[in-house]
Design a protein around this ligand. Structure first.
Ligand code: FER
Length: 404
């Protein structure tokens, strides 16, 4: 008995500093980040034994870097670096020498060469296989205000499993139903939103701030209430890492079956599931689809192969012109399908891309083809490259145009 008491006492005391307890005694040691009254931002990191502490993130002026992926050079706007200075108690500090413009930013610290998230900032995002700390600088009237949570009616976000007959297993979707869905009998239009390579059904609601954008646009009366479905475009995968039956899987940009036609071929089974599970306006007139990068490529091919499904299509930095069309019937007969798609007079084809995106040339070529044939589309070109800032902008431009 005495032994048992000693063992239990030992576990309890040990647990205070270990993992068996709720982390009651943890919590912030220093405040970071802090948006100062003058609009500058201060970052702090406690590391008494560190030799060098830096902060890097997209709030700093960028430098262009090129990364090779899939035999292609991808241009990225790599964030600059701020150097922290050591103060009292080993707390290092850096304040931006400029007012940080309203936006949603990602940053990390580099402590003696090791990249770490800010341990005093509880807001962490995963993008593919990187964790970053998040800094939101909202400002009334600025676009980033759409990314903040306001005291407006909120929609509901659900993680929903459907059965894929095509794949023979269950797969997960994230579904947004607008405020009032549960208490009304109304039927709603549906927007399908697709992620890029390495992403999953979480990407748009974390990095993309899509549900905040939807809540805020609907509350302002700038968008129609709609159901929004965030698919997982990695058709070989059930769901996001840690949410599928294989347990821990490291997110990767090179999963099998990402841009070879299977996802596009199987897309109608998702639409069928949503129309059977939710109160939808189950007609082309009330359906939209959009996606970023790989998801923009999926969007185009789904729209062309199933021209009776979607009335509105949005291609955000679409990864067109990178795939050999011979790998799938979905990608063949392109010009004929394009003509057939436009012959049905879709309400909107929307194209957005960053001026320095590595995919701008293939997008320009696609637009030249549309121009030559006189096919109508809306186009938005923004600063920067293949980055989430642009995709949040495109979503917040695209959504108000739907179902009018
Ligand atoms: C490629 C370039 C870009 C490619 C895919 C992408 C499969 C997709 C990028 C993204 O979704 O962000 O060569 O080949």
């Amino acid at each position: 008995m005495k032994k048992l008491i000693t063992l239990v006492a030992g576990l309890v005391i040990g647990g205070l500093s270990a993992f068996a307890q709720q982390a009651l005694y943890g919590g912030p040691q220093v405040e970071s980040p802090v948006i100062n009254p003058d609009g500058t931002v201060t970052f702090r990191y406690q590391a008494p034994k560190a030799v060098k502490v830096e902060v890097t993130g997209d709030f700093l002026p960028t430098e262009k870097v090129e990364v090779e992926f899939n035999g292609q050079k991808m241009a990225f706007d790599a964030p600059g670096v701020g150097v922290l200075k050591e103060g009292q108690n080993g707390v290092w500090e850096y304040t931006t020498p400029f007012k940080v413009a309203p936006e949603l930013y990602n940053y990390t610290f580099r402590v003696d060469g090791n990249t770490v998230i800010d341990p005093n900032n509880m807001w962490v995002n995963r993008d593919v296989a990187s964790l970053t700390s998040v800094l939101l600088v909202p400002e009334a009237g600025a676009r980033s205000d759409l990314y903040a949570i306001h005291a407006v009616p909120h929609g509901t976000v659900s993680k929903v499993w459907y059965h894929s007959d095509k794949q023979g297993f269950d797969r997960r979707l994230t579904v947004y139903t607008p405020a009032g869905y549960e208490t009304s009998k109304a039927k709603y239009p549906v927007l399908y939103v697709l992620h890029g390579i390495g992403g999953d059904e979480d990407a748009w609601v974390t990095q993309g701030r899509a549900t905040q954008i939807l809540d805020n646009l609907i509350a302002r009366g700038e968008a129609k209430p709609m159901i929004v479905v965030f698919t997982n475009g990695n058709i070989s995968q059930e769901a996001a890492p840690l949410e599928n039956s294989t347990g821990y899987t490291r997110p990767t940009m090179s999963l099998p079956q990402t841009m070879e036609g299977t996802f596009e071929t199987a897309f109608p089974e998702i639409v069928k599931f949503i129309d059977s599970r939710y109160r939808t306006l189950a007609k082309k007139q009330f359906r939209a689809i959009c996606g970023l990068s790989m998801g923009g490529f999926h969007t185009l091919n789904i729209s062309l192969n199933y021209p009776d499904l979607f009335n509105y299509s949005g291609m955000f930095s679409a990864a067109i012109g990178v795939t050999d069309p011979s790998i799938s019937p979905m990608y063949q007969d392109f010009d004929r399908k394009l003509a057939a798609y436009f012959a049905k007079k879709p309400a909107l084809l929307w194209i957005g891309i960053g001026r320095t995106d590595f995919l701008i040339q293939s997008n320009n070529e696609f637009r030249a083809k549309l121009d030559a044939a006189g096919y109508p589309y809306k186009y938005m070109e923004t600063d920067g490259g293949h980055i989430w800032r642009n995709w949040r902008i495109y979503l917040s431009e695209f959504v108000p145009l739907l179902f009018k």
